[in-house]
Ligand binder design. Sequence first.
Ligand code: SF4
Ligand code: SF4
Ligand code: SF4
Length: 400
Amino acid sequence: MTGDRKPETMEGAGKVGPADTTAQILELHCKLVEEGCIECGLCQKDCLFLQRYGSPKQIAGQPMATAGDLRFSFECSLCGLCIAVCPKKVDPAAMFAAMRVAGQELGAGEFRQHAGLLRYESMGASPWFSWYGLPEGCDTVFFPGCAMAGSRAARVSQTYHHLRAMIPTLGLVLDCCAKPSHDLGRRARFHRMFRALRNGLEARGVRTILVACPSCYRVWSDYGGSIAVRSVYEILAEAPPVHRVKAITPVTVHDPCPTRNDTTIHGAVRSLLAAMGLPVEEMKHHGRKTLCCGEGGAACHLVPAMAGNWTALRADEAAGRRIITYCAGCTNFLGRLAQANHILDLYFAPEQTLAGRVRVTRSPLTWLARLLLQRTAKDLVRPAVIASRDREGKVLFRQG
Ligand code: SF4
Ligand code: SF4
Ligand code: SF4
């Protein structure tokens, strides 16, 4: 297995070393779960995946006779609720992620249902949709992520413009972090694509990356090396809001699962809402114990009913209150069963958002929106240096 600055599984950091083989890493994760799990049932309470396949101890102790026995791990949402509730700090999510990596390496990780997601990632990191613009003296860039750029291109421009007033040499990077490959166990591809992005920015003197997407935050946080990551919500919360609203009806907040342990972001989002004048009522599961929206780990492509259970649980807990979240994917998923808004829509267009009139671009028009965003980015950023990926994924810089 290819080593990076972190072990191969995000949640398993510190337990296994980068020099270990995939089989050794998986064996170690299974051993840790089998020895640590006391079968208290807490993690199974809300998780249909564990209800179907058994306690983490039972699963870890099962013989995996063939590579095909690993395929069930692609039905786990990798949401991390299990470790968050575990009294013994057992990490079943890391075990399932390791099973996916092993499944891929043994040729049992191919699912036709993932083709669209993998195409989406490839296009995002292609010469056509990637674009980097770094002004003179740039050491900080805004990385909005694919989902935000496609669904809310105007919001990306607005956020960049707003942040640039605070950080005059701010750059903009429209690219994909390759999280789908990471979560689907395609670690060689993930490392190749992410390293090209990270190393290119490092070599150009970028020291900080500002992200809007919690999944991007997870990737940059775990694999970003010398580049520090911050969420844009932390930066926005440091200044007075653009708008205040006269709302008396409380909203509730959905914390996306990739950043369940990043309490600074949870606090920043609530500070932003408070500064805007919006009262917040918490759901039972929030912060570290948040629930998945249903999109996690790409399980929704294989077992929509099982993944949909998370969405239903979320809608139940919201109990009719408007859900504010800070992930474009979560907003989309939760919007199937509840009233859900992205905080950047609320921040820049509160009246339209609260009136249900905010416009969000849907697929396939998201591709057109991303192209148009790229076209206007040069005027917005006025870069000294620009870059894009080539067909192999290399990031090629040139004068702007
Ligand atoms: S990561 Fe989430 S979906 Fe997977 S086993 Fe844990 S709680 Fe269940
Ligand atoms: S919460 Fe922990 S100890 Fe309890 S069943 Fe789940 S993994 Fe085992
Ligand atoms: S994590 Fe962010 S950049 Fe990566 S695929 Fe998702 S939206 Fe795109």
